[in-house]
Ligand binder design. Structure first.
Ligand code: FES
Ligand SMILES: [Fe+2]
Length: 325
């Protein structure tokens, strides 16, 4: 990974909080780096490089014991701060002070029911999700969905509403209405990210066959790999908070929260979301190159692509290189 990549200093989801059980170890991968997660005795999650400082063994193969993670190779134990606390071959020795005897630790926060890790020095907080604490919504979690493609391609798919009539033509989308989207919407870039508003899309009414509804949508790209969609001016408000783990340059995981003012049976919600996501995965995985081209000469752009063209320019300006060409 390019050491100067913006993504190294940004927060990324690596797991769902509920999947990291006390006493257990989770191995995840972020930006091409293996990371090990576990919880200390206070139930605080910690994230470390998955590499024992002694002889480089994978710590994820170890176990949690006495508020420490034990490496399975020679049994060295590391406390919640990543410091070596016990060496079985020298049980009487004082714990070593050398930094060489410490595991590389990463910044971690739990928010929105997910575990966020920053491999570098965080320069800003996790993306805001102001509705998180509001009681007005029914909340549906979905993920992770794996894409064998770059995170940039997957994020771009989320804000590229022009694909809906085709990729999701059998459910939400309606290809007869494909030409109504393009010209009106506005795109603004600020220090908060990209604000795409006045997006008018036609969707099939999922309850009444043959009825088509015009939706007014706002997309906010809050961070390079986190975006939010809000349906506005409606009595059916809906919010999708969408964030992506850049696992490797050409592999990513998509996590989404859907907030809706109506209750839907969980099974129905999951089946519907799953079918939409599968359609997105197929479309995105078919794209070549898998890495998102930030050189605007590399692909052909339409006037209706203003949102995605702005996204590519913004990534380039920020200095995002992982998963791009
Ligand atoms: S490699 Fe981990 S204890 Fe030796
Ligand atoms: Fe889609």
């Amino acid at each position: 990974m390019d050491y100067n990549d913006f993504l190294k200093h940004d927060w990324h989801v690596v797991a769902s909080s509920q999947d990291l059980l006390p006493g257990k170890i989770l191995k995840v991968r972020l930006l091409g780096q293996d990371v090990v997660l576990w919880r200390n005795i206070n139930n605080e999650a910690v994230a470390w490089e998955d590499r024992c400082p002694h002889r480089g063994a994978s710590l994820a193969r170890g176990w949690v014991e006495n508020d420490a993670l034990v490496c399975p190779y020679h049994g060295l134990a590391f406390n919640g701060e990543g410091k070596c606390s016990h060496i079985p071959a020298h049980p009487e020795a004082a714990p070593p002070k050398k930094s060489k005897a410490c595991v590389t630790t990463y910044n971690l926060q739990e928010r929105y029911g997910m575990i966020w890790v920053c491999l570098g020095t965080p320069e800003q907080d996790i993306a805001p999700f102001p509705e998180w604490d509001t009681p007005n919504y029914h909340k549906y979690f979905f993920g992770p969905t794996m894409y064998q493609s770059s995170a940039g391609r997957a994020l771009e798919n989320f804000i590229d509403f022009n694909h809906v009539p085709f990729v999701h033509g059998d459910t939400l989308g309606n290809s007869e209405y494909a030409n109504t989207n393009g010209s009106e919407y506005t795109v603004q870039v600020s220090s908060d990210g990209i604000y795409i508003s006045n997006v008018k899309t036609w969707e099939n009414d999922l309850r009444i066959k043959g009825k088509v509804i015009c939706r007014n949508l706002v997309f906010e790209v809050l961070r390079p790999l986190t975006a939010c969609l809000r349906r506005v001016a409606t009595d059916e408000p809906l919010i999708i908070f969408y964030t992506i783990t850049p696992v490797d340059e050409e592999e990513c995981l998509v996590w989404r929260w859907t907030f809706f003012n109506q209750e839907i049976p969980e099974k129905m919600f999951n089946e519907f979301t799953n079918s939409l996501m599968n359609q997105d995965v197929e479309a995105v995985e078919s794209q070549r190159p898998k890495r998102l081209p930030l050189d605007l000469q590399a692909e052909y752009h339409l006037p209706s692509d203003r949102a995605t063209v702005t996204y590519r320019k913004w990534l380039k300006k920020l200095g995002v290189t992982f998963g791009t060409v």
